[in-house]
Write a protein that binds this ligand. Structure first.
Ligand code: SUG
Length: 457
């Protein structure tokens, strides 16, 4: 490691535990999987176990693995704020009858996709030597807009030491500052300890957008604004020479690429991306090269090899790109990549056999999450931490065998193995969920992060 400030910087992947109300509600416009699977019967237990199996496999392979808890759902407080009154049972029954889409929204387990939880800048890049975090406001959809308050409390509970960790408020929850977190942010550096360059990818400009230089998607919404990305970089104290802002290709958004992490993934010096990821591909690479201390290693997948449709269908680019101590990289791809011939061929012939550090492909089954448009990379928030920072984490959130086994037993004890949209109004589900979360917050030693623990509500 090249930095004198603190050796042993390593990446910790904090995966979101899938919550007990995981369901398919068709809530996410522009997310092809969510839009096509709405109404299916979900299996929350299987979803949570698939997530835990992925975490365990990466832990056993030597990567540092963390875990973030799910949120309190159904969010009855949100329903009450929207005018539903009376007992919990009455609120649920009325919402089910009068506004079933609202009930689905307040039951979503969408916090599992922790790549949208926050944007994180490691201490090695920040002027004050602290790690900086900003929860994403997720204002572009109602069900996700419900996340940042609890996300902020969870992050504060874990990254508690103020001398090392700086927390910023989520950006104003208004379209001009629409922020979806780390899914649109990639840090590139020779290794984790080298000062990095931050690539922020946005879908639109809020002020004066849609001009020739910034064409808009026509079919689906752009979820991240340039202004939001700039504000996060500003909060974290990053200077111009540390940042690159690039517009996502509007045609990609219209094909179902609702976050940059559905079309590109980077880690260390490697940027794996589809030809249609950026509006200005050459300019983006050049800006990165100018700023990086170590040479950028771009790995480009052309449209002839993988169409946009296949990229979206397989989630090839929503893979986890993991750095190994020997300089090689491992790509953790969802099972859907194996089922798509052109994608699988590209993985073998272009990526594994190509002149790049990717030396291994690992396939993981996260189908329950994939049906809602969440692949392996959506399920994790990457946090680069020095050894002392890792030691300063509060709570019991770094996975080891014991924690994995306890979490698995916890899921087995509390989760249903089938959940249809019409079952979301079942008051027993709400009670089961609170009992499970109360136990979980004790298991993870994170204190009272949930509204029901704080307000007795
Ligand atoms: O925001 N799906 C999520 C998926 C987020 C994936 N994350 C990243 N790409 N980083 C979303 O679109 C669907 C929920 C439903 O339809 O039930 C949903 O919210």
């Amino acid at each position: 490691m090249s930095d004198e400030r603190g050796p042993d910087y390593r990446e910790v992947n904090f995966d979101g535990l899938v919550g007990p109300t995981h369901n398919y509600a068709g809530l996410a416009l522009g997310n092809v999987a969510s839009m096509s699977h709405g109404g299916l019967v979900a299996n929350p237990k299987e979803a949570a176990l698939q997530g835990l199996a992925k975490m365990k496999a990466l832990m056993e392979a030597g990567y540092l693995q963390g875990v973030l808890p799910p949120q309190q759902r159904p969010d009855l407080g949100a329903l009450r704020a929207l005018g539903f009154t009376g007992s919990d049972e009455r609120v649920l029954a009325r919402a089910a009858g009068e506004a079933p889409q609202l009930l689905r929204a307040v039951c979503s387990a969408s916090s599992m996709w922790t790549a949208n939880a926050a944007t994180v800048t490691p201490s090695v890049d920040a002027p004050d030597g602290r790690l900086h975090l900003t929860p994403a406001n997720l204002q572009s959809s109602f069900h996700r807009f419900l996340e940042p308050a609890t996300t902020g409390r969870v992050l504060q509970a874990i990254f508690r030491d103020e001398s090392r960790f700086a927390h910023h408020p989520a950006l104003p929850a208004t379209p001009a500052f629409s922020d979806e977190g780390a899914a649109n942010h990639t840090r590139l550096a020779g290794d984790h300890g080298e000062p990095g360059v931050h690539l922020y990818v946005y879908g639109r400009e809020a002020f004066g957008w849609g001009g020739e230089s910034s064409p808009a998607p026509k079919r689906f919404p752009a979820r991240q604004t340039r202004e939001a990305s700039q504000a996060v970089a500003r909060q974290h104290g990053l200077a111009d020479h540390q940042v690159v802002f690039a517009q996502q290709h509007p045609e990609a958004i219209d094909a179902g690429v609702f976050h940059n992490d559905v079309i590109s993934v980077g880690n260390g010096p490697v940027l794996l991306y589809h030809e249609m990821a950026f509006l200005d591909e050459a300019g983006t690479l050049e800006a990165l090269r100018e700023r990086m201390r170590s040479p950028l290693i771009p790995v480009r997948v052309p449209v002839e090899a993988v169409s946009l449709e296949d990229a979206v269908g397989s989630y090839l680019f929503n893979s986890q790109l993991l750095s190994n101590p020997d300089g090689t990289m491992t790509l953790v791809v969802p099972g859907e990549c194996q089922e798509n011939e052109s994608v699988w061929r590209t993985l073998q012939d272009h990526l594994l056999a190509g002149a790049n550090p990717i030396g291994e492909v690992v396939v993981k089954d996260v189908k329950q999450s994939m049906r809602n448009g969440g692949g392996p990379a959506c399920l994790r928030l990457r946090v680069v931490l020095g050894a002392e920072e890792r030691a300063a984490l509060a709570g019991r959130v770094l996975l080891d065998d014991a924690l994995h086994d306890e979490l698995t037993a916890w899921v087995e004890r509390h989760y249903r193995d089938r959940l249809a949209p019409e079952e979301l109004a079942d008051p027993a589900l709400a009670r089961e969920s609170l009992t499970a979360l109360d136990e979980l917050s004790r298991l993870l030693e994170i204190g009272s992060v949930y509204p029901f623990q704080r307000e007795g509500a």
